[in-house]
Design a protein around this ligand. Structure first.
Ligand code: DOR
Ligand code: ZN
Length: 365
């Protein structure tokens, strides 16, 4: 990491100097959790991620879900076709875990370098999760195989019992599912995706080896009260839903700690406006155009810009056993002019996530 700074002495603060970092250069980051969708949406979504990140773990929750090597290769081809010329970007594909998925198919996909991981959606937990796992016992053989071949399991960690309060579903998942899963498969590599609670980061940081977590940009910025600020804010609705302020603070502390178990995953998840602003709006926040600027702003606010590179560019590849990117990116303290909304070729609009307070970092081009 290289930082450029100016030294100044604020009025009334004689004798003390303050370091004000105005630019930071880090290894090019990767995004360990994205939703690109397909068709016209994919065409507009991919360039925003590829502009910023060299690799991305691509979620498989299409309709129908990505469950075979052939489907993953075809999807990867469609993503690659949408990458703008001259941009070096590599999509890392995942398989969608179902009750009946074939373990040999996953092992073959891993062996052929197609599958980088397998995603566990508890059935009914979130968008396009209907084909997800109904009972972990049904996939015990598959998890055994993944553990043996070193294929990571990426977990949407929420229980699905409708009786459980939505704000408690992540913490209950850890108690009711994750602890047992870890005991049964101690060598299985697990990423607890989009951690939203103190419970989740405390759990991950208490574990020695094989467990990491991703943290989104939006969960570092919003808490559950923000979803209702001045009225209901459908573009701040995602799953797992943002929690109380104490949890947001725990996420900020974990992300900016530099701990190797914690890394960047935006969970950028575009939905057309009419599906968000509806009687029953979809979960998902589209953050790809602004995510890196938001993360940088958060690390700046935390006084932890020196930890940004570990979180964004080093911890993820080390967890996955991949090389760290050679290239660098520079972010500068400046007003960022980034789109507030984007349009697909089919005339659908998607709202872009941004903090209410605005953005004061931008990527140098
Ligand atoms: O908010 C979410 N949106 N959470 C998920 O787990 C899925 C995602 C989507 O696919 O839209
Ligand atoms: Zn997701």
């Amino acid at each position: 990491m290289v930082a450029s700074s100016t030294r100044y002495r604020p009025e009334g603060n004689e004798g003390k100097s303050v370091i004000n970092i105005n630019a930071i250069t880090i290894r090019r980051p990767d995004d360990w959790h994205v939703h690109f969708r397909d068709g016209a949406m994919l065409q507009v979504a991919v360039p925003f991620t590829a502009r910023q990140f060299r690799r991305a773990i691509v979620m498989p929750n299409l309709i129908p879900p990505v469950t075979t090597v052939e489907m993953a290769c075809a999807y990867r081809d469609r993503i690659n076709m949408a990458v703008p010329d001259g941009i070096d970007f590599e999509p890392l594909m995942t398989a969608y875990l179902t009750d009946s998925i074939d373990a040999d198919e996953l092992a073959r996909g891993a062996e052929e370098g197609v599958f980088s991981a397998v995603k566990l959606y508890p059935a009914g937990a979130t968008t396009n999760s209907d084909s997800g796992v109904t009972n972990l016992k049904k996939v015990a053989g598959v998890l055994e195989c993944m553990q043996a071949v070193g294929l990571p399991l990426l977990i949407h960690g929420e229980v699905t019992d409708p009786e459980i309060d939505i704000f408690d579903r992540e913490a209950r998942f850890i108690e009711q599912k994750l602890i047992g899963l870890r005991a049964d498969f101690p060598e299985l590599k697990i990423v607890f995706e989009h951690a939203t609670t103190k419970d989740a980061v405390d759990y991950v940081l208490s574990q020695e080896g094989n467990v990491g977590c991703t943290i989104t940009a939006h969960h570092l910025v919003i808490n559950r009260t923000d979803i209702f600020k001045g009225g209901i804010r459908p573009h701040l609705y995602c799953l797992p839903i943002a929690k109380r302020e104490v949890h947001r603070q725990a996420l900020r502390a974990a992300a900016s700690s530099g701990d190797k178990r914690v890394f960047l995953g935006t969970d950028t998840a575009p939905h057309p406006v009419h599906e968000k602003e509806s009687d029953c709006g979809c979960a998902g926040i589209f953050s790809a155009p602004t995510a890196m600027e938001v993360y940088t702003q958060v690390f700046d606010e935390e006084g932890a810009l020196d930890k940004l590179e570990a979180f964004a560019s080093i911890n993820g590849p080390e967890f996955y056993g991949l090389s760290i990117n050679e290239e660098t990116v520079t972010l500068v303290r400046d007003v960022a002019e980034l789109p507030g909304r984007i349009e697909t070729a089919e005339g659908e609009t998607v709202i872009v996530f941004r903090p209410d307070a605005g953005l004061n970092w931008r990527t140098k081009t």
